[in-house]
Design a protein around this ligand. Sequence first.
Ligand SMILES: [Fe+2]
Length: 188
Amino acid sequence: MENSFDPAHVNFVHRGTFGDQADAGAVVMEISDEDDWGFTMRTLTPVKNPEGARHVTRTNDEKTTRDITARWWMPFARASRFQYPNGLVHSIFTAATPIDDRRSMVCQFAWRNDTEADVSSADVIEFDRRVTAEDKYILETTDPDVPLAERASEISMASDRAGVLMRRKLHQLLSVHGEDEATTPPVR
Ligand SMILES: [Fe+2]
């Protein structure tokens, strides 16, 4: 879920599909509508638009922009709406269900404001899976034992704003129910 709200990962993790390493960083990042069960985040992100993406973005421009409005529902669901300058809206819903301490089952589906005649569902699913496979690779090589409480050994940067908020909100949720996180002690 944190990865879903990390604007900085796009340019590097998704360099094989739409991430532009030469133009890193969202130009807009706003968080709003925070409540007990999540928040909304808007980002405006320049992306590259290579051959393999053009049939789903439906533009032949070398670069385009994703205007993203994403909602996090605690703890493990999100919906992200990607709007492109040509009016295309591509939305995805993702649910991550923990199986054990190290594994989750991730289910995702997409819906759009165009038709099967414009781009086939099979092509949309194929592109979505390529993007998600890039996330899968990086997530499976990341330590799943994420500390919710702030640690001196971790330093955050501006693009981690949503992630820091997510950890704080999850920690508060545990606290409200008289619980605390259980993590592996940090290596000193
Ligand atoms: Fe991603």
